[in-house]
Design a protein around this ligand. Sequence first.
Ligand code: SF4
Ligand code: SF4
Length: 418
Amino acid sequence: MQPSNPLKPKLFFYTLMSMTNENKCAKCGACSVVCPVYQASGRESMTARGKLHLISRLDPGRASRLYAEILSKCLLCGACSAVCSRQLDPPAIFAAARHHLNRKAGEHRFLRSLTCEILGNEKMLQKIAGINRRALDALPEASGLRLRFGLGPGTGLAASIEVGAGAQAATDSPLNYFTGCYAGHLNLDIAKATKLLAQKATASAPAISAAQCCCGLPAHSAGDLTTARALAKKNIAAFAFNPNPILTSCASCYSHLLSYPHLLADDPRWQKKAQDFTGRLLEFSSFFQQKKDSLFFRPPGSDGADNKIYYHDPCHLRFQHKITEPPRQLLRRLPGFIPVEPEHGATCCGQGGLFHLAQPELSATISDKLITGIQHTNASVVTTTCTGCLLQLSREAPRNNYPVAVKHLAVLLAENLT
Ligand code: SF4
Ligand code: SF4
């Protein structure tokens, strides 16, 4: 759908032009070396350099299907921004360009639009999650559907947790908990484990606002900035009842929540609120690494077996926030586990928000590289803090015939507490 104001497309194009400012791109190619999509496709047009060149020459508002397709082939992982010699932020430019395309970029756009609609509507999400949970609870432990939804073998931790609607919203709790959609609605083990760890760390139950909703990352990735902004405002208002820090167990949510001031930059009424909100955010592994002295882990089992364990770096944490050490420091404190690293270091899992829906073949190629690397370490457990990565790894490891246990770091830590 084109904007109704005839001036708008042109203005938008000039804004994009100033963001890309082709003269600023040195065409050095540093972004090609690190781009997972380029590595998987071998096509220059898929690099940040290629896409920036395209955007600087052609208004996305007049995009052909091929143009839209090229724009959709980006994970918004930030690897290019981290190495860009001119300090450009290509993912921000691509997200803005996708907004102009109005969700028409790429294949499987109906599925992507539907996903955004569901995640953007808390009531619909609760209903669907309720139906799913009841159905999934009845599944046998070894069911492939458990793996499909990233539920793992089931730890029994979720039996009694109450998060999301009707949850506790204490105004005096020292800590708030932003669950995110996955922990709050589908995999309650993560929320229950995070709650337990937070209780140990602060000697008090965290406050969980029932009014919180999707962070808005899927909508933002799909270019639906209107929904992304509306969700941002809802979340800021949802956590206004308690002024204390806000912990989140999802790396991608954390990263997107931090972008609220930028997302609401044109709205003076929300700018200060957005800044205050982001100033209260706590990243999961950094928070618990600081509170490590309040967490006591039990010694290894009587068989004394050491499990090789791999921590997967979510791209958002690795590139945007350079948070790679705290989760590894936490793992080193776990008796009975030996942390391992793949020979070629950390790589992307290929999930990329809704990228795996839009580009399933490319997504699978990117994840195959990661899974093969982990497989060579003989790790029996993989852990991470991003729910998108968790879902991708839970789905892709069995597809590669790799029977590895995939667990959120919160569940892993909680399972091993004394
Ligand atoms: S790294 Fe930056 S300056 Fe170099 S080609 Fe890529 S976008 Fe252009
Ligand atoms: S954000 Fe990631 S996938 Fe997209 S162009 Fe940059 S490096 Fe490639």
